[in-house]
Design a protein around this ligand. Structure first.
Ligand code: GDP
Length: 302
């Protein structure tokens, strides 16, 4: 069993189990189908996708008349995999052979979602792959954010470019980090940013400027939006703001080790048209995995 599957199977509220319990009843009434749809909505699958899935499952049941639990499970698994995996490329740009060096990754997302932690874990993955990495602490709003990134840097053996002044210009830290990565001939630059949604205009200005100054030095191929799976559909609002502010090339869904049902994977991919590339499965340095649709679905089916 993969770690993702094992962790999700332990989740206290796998919506797959609830769905399965309804779908294997002898007779499915109208209210059973409504319950299926409610279960999907409560798991953050989103209204449109839930309706689509219920229509498909109803039509499968009508056509095959199948009530055998094994066959029902296989049918549900297939439909869920099709929803979760509309055939998107989930490879990080930095891992593609044709990508120039240093490959730049900007981490964005609301504070508290796990940006800094994910930057550290990601750096560790690249280091384990034999890559040289530089991190830039462009979240200058809280001095503690740079300290936290520095702690990750020393844990994983990666230099961190930061400013000692709280409130320093985040774009100038980002520029310095990109210059350093270029001078060092590093393989990957990871830039952490602040995410205060309270002031959307400022946030947009700040992120736009960070991107522009880095691009004076290096092309930016990857902007990873970090979403906390436990915030449910609220994550969709965040996703729209960041997509508009800076553009997003991939999603990292964190805190999937908790009680989150993860259905937001489906809605966020649909709406933004960008794939979930990584999932956070805990607070430790190794708790980051590539997103694998099949093990994700197997995990939620339990
Ligand atoms: P930032 O403000 O977006 O940079 O968020 P942080 O990286 O500081 O993370 C906020 C909190 O979430 C910290 O306590 C992290 O340890 C925790 N965290 C981050 N990712 C995960 C995850 O995948 N699972 C769990 N359980 N906690 C996480």
């Amino acid at each position: 069993m993969t770690r993702l599957k094992a962790k999700l199977a332990k989740s206290p509220n796998p919506f797959g189990k609830a769905l399965f319990a309804i779908l294997t009843k002898d007779h499915l009434s109208e209210s059973d189908w409504e319950e299926v749809e409610d279960t999907l909505l409560m798991a953050d699958v989103g209204a449109e996708a839930s309706e689509q899935l219920v229509d498909q499952l109803r039509s499968d049941a009508r056509v095959s008349g199948e009530r055998d639990p094994k066959a029902v499970r296989a049918g549900l698994r297939k439909r869920l995999i099709d929803l979760v995996d509309p055939g998107m490329d989930r490879t990080l740009e930095a891992d593609k052979p044709e990508t120039g060096k240093p490959s730049v990754i900007i981490m964005v997302g609301v504070n508290g979602t796990g940006k800094t932690t994910t930057a550290g874990k990601l750096a560790r993955l690249f280091v384990a792959d034999g890559k040289t990495v530089v991190m830039g602490a462009a979240d200058t709003f809280r001095a503690a954010a740079a300290d936290q990134l520095e702690t990750w840097g020393s844990k994983v053996g990666v230099p961190v470019v930061r400013s000692d002044k709280e409130g320093a210009d985040p774009a100038s830290v980002a520029f310095e980090a990109s210059s350093r990565a270029k001078e060092m001939g590093a393989d990957v630059l990871i830039v952490d940013t602040a995410g205060r949604l309270q002031n959307k205009a400022n946030l947009m200005d700040e992120l736009g400027k960070i991107r522009r100054v880095i691009e004076k030095n290096l092309p930016v191929e990857e902007v990873l939006l970090v979403l906390d799976a436990t915030t449910g559909q609220n994550g969709m609002i965040q996703a729209r703001v960041f997509a508009e502010a800076i553009g997003v090339t991939g999603i990292v869904l964190t805190k999937l080790d908790g009680s989150a049902k993860g259905g937001i994977v489906i809605s966020v991919q649909r709406e933004l048209g960008v794939p979930v590339k990584l999932v956070g499965l805990g607070e430790g340095p190794d708790d980051l995995s590539p997103f694998n649709p099949e093990s994700f679905v197997d995990g939620i089916l339990g």
